[in-house]
Ligand binder design. Structure first.
Ligand code: GMT
Length: 375
């Protein structure tokens, strides 16, 4: 198939899923055309089946808000016509689904029919899409998609709950490339971070409010009263400085390292004993799956799709949003006994294996075929 993929080209979960999916489909022999405003972050190598088409937005003094959505729609018309694509797969509804709808209408005037599949990733439904300034367009463009997927059962249910959706939504979970995300021998790094054999806890995110990064610090402050430990905070975003301030005011800053954005997250996860994800909302929790693939158990909130990934008492524990006391208690329970910790690590890896790329990618492949056939 010739598949057009539209996504955010950043390190965000939806962009990562879109890019990894495109790479895997290209390996399977499909021709993949990424259409976005920058080279996708993980599209950093050459393959004869991978193409990148940049969307450039016209700058004009009149525009306080450059019309990205229109530029994207025009670029899609151009790419679909000249590359003769079979299907367009857009990741994150806003504004990709409505841009694809517009492109589809324009292409019809050239006698070209192209099915559009929209994958809902999370905040496009649970946060941003709920805003009244966007809701009618999000509802309309989901209903006008030829196929719709969501990354968890919970996100599917939320979509029906918050929007008037007439379409069937297919759940296809996030997946993990186990070639890349696996335990790497990083003992020298572990020694440098935890010279006295302290346990290592890790959080990775974009430090947005939805991630409740301050809860990570609060939880860690409680854990180190009992267990000698270090905390690695990976990523960057609005909440980072308040987390730094909090760790200073709690007197634990010598045990907390803010590493900023990192490309080789799998190397950091390879030294970790526990991953922390106390998010207020999380449609799936790809970062937790990345940790599990590196044999790291997870303490998370029980928000959104997290219970579909993190199995209570098996791969980690899930607690109510904001329950830092409970999270710390469970963290201590896992970390205080090496045999128990080892068992949680094994379980985390087994769960990740169920969601490996080779198991999930064919679900998308078959869905494309189904949608193309029915449209
Ligand atoms: O988590 C983020 O802030 C990034 C966001 C995105 O859209 O890029 O991630 C969402 O999509 C990921 C991939 O499907 C999911 O694994 C994340 O759980 C989801 N984030 C939220 O729902 C907050």
């Amino acid at each position: 198939m010739k598949i057009g993929i539209v996504c955010y080209p950043t390190f965000g979960g939806s962009g990562v899923v879109a890019t990894e999916l495109g790479k895997a489909l290209a390996d399977r022999g499909h021709q993949i055309h990424f259409v976005t405003y920058n080279q996708p972050a993980r599209l950093d190598f050459f393959s004869e089946n991978l193409f990148y088409h940049e969307v450039s937005v016209a700058q004009y003094p009149l525009f306080d808000y450059p019309p990205y959505e229109l530029a994207l729609a025009s670029r899609l018309v151009d790419v679909v016509r000249f590359e003769k694509l079979d299907v367009l797969h857009v990741h994150y509804a806003i504004p990709h689904a409505s841009a694809a709808f517009m492109a589809k209408q324009i292409l019809a005037t050239y006698g070209i029919s192209i099915p559009v599949i929209t994958t809902l990733h999370g905040t496009d439904i649970t946060l941003v899409g709920q805003d009244n300034t966007l809701k009618p367009v999000v509802t309309f463009s989901i209903n006008k998609s030829d196929g719709v997927t969501a990354v968890s059962e919970h996100l599917k249910a939320d979509t029906y709950k918050y929007f008037k959706i007439e379409k069937d939504i297919r759940v296809i979970p996030n997946f993990i490339d186990m070639q890349r995300f696996s335990l790497k021998p990083k003992d020298h790094f572990k020694k440098a971070i935890a010279p006295n054999g302290e346990k290592i806890m890790v959080h990775t995110s974009n430090f947005r409010k939805v991630k409740r990064t301050e809860d990570v610090i609060e939880m860690f402050a409680r854990v180190i009263k009992t267990i000698p430990a270090k905390l690695l905070m990976v990523g960057d975003g609005g909440e980072r400085s308040s987390c730094e301030k909090l760790s200073r005011s709690l007197g634990i800053s010598e045990h907390v390292r803010f590493l900023g954005k990192q490309d080789a997250v799998e190397e950091i996860l390879s030294v970790a004993d526990l991953f922390l994800m106390p998010s207020v909302s999380e449609s799936f929790g790809l970062a937790a799956l990345e940790a599990m693939a590196c044999k790291v158990p997870v303490i998370s909130s029980n928000a959104g799709g997290l219970p579909e990934l993190n199995i209570e008492g098996v791969t980690g524990f899930l607690l109510d949003v904001g329950d830092v006391e409970g999270m710390a208690e469970k963290a201590i329970y896992i970390l205080e006994d090496d045999e128990r910790l080892q068992q949680f690590k094994e379980n985390a890896l087994e769960r990740a294996k169920q969601l490996q790329l080779s198991n999930i990618m064919p679900l998308y492949e078959r869905y494309y075929e189904e949608v193309i056939e029915n449209s």
